[in-house]
Write a protein that binds this ligand. Structure first.
Ligand code: FES
Length: 118
């Protein structure tokens, strides 16, 4: 396991993201409400560059004919067919079994690092 420094805290304000390259992996690094998350830039559906999709929220559980929008900034929507993934866990919103790989993120002395295991 290794920590790869990828950005300084000042380079990634809340609500922003960047796509980084770590070794041969393309990774989306996100600042979600002041916490940092990293996911693989590859959609498990048909391989789109998932992190080029919009960061958004989603509709929450509600009554019939009631639409409640929430979780703003916590979801990424695939640009190809719209599958949605939780940036905090990598899990899809429609199935516990479908997920994108996520990576631990550490912050040390103002530097954001992504942890890659073998
Ligand atoms: S490739 Fe991402 S939803 Fe189809």
């Amino acid at each position: 396991m290794a920590v790869y420094p990828v950005a300084s805290v000042g380079e990634l304000p809340e609500g922003t993201y960047r796509i980084i390259q770590v070794e041969d992996r393309s990774i989306g690094l996100y600042n979600v409400k002041g916490e940092y998350y990293a996911i693989h830039n590859y959609c498990p559906h048909q391989g789109a560059e998932l992190c080029k999709g919009p960061v958004c929220g989603t509709t929450l559980e509600s009554q019939v004919y009631e639409y409640i929008y929430g979780r703003e900034q916590e979801i990424v929507r695939c640009p190809w067919h719209g599958w949605e993934f939780d940036l905090k866990t990598g899990k899809s919103l429609f199935s516990e079994k479908v997920r994108v790989r996520s990576y631990p993120v550490v912050v040390e002395n103002g530097t954001i690092g992504v942890v890659i295991g073998r």
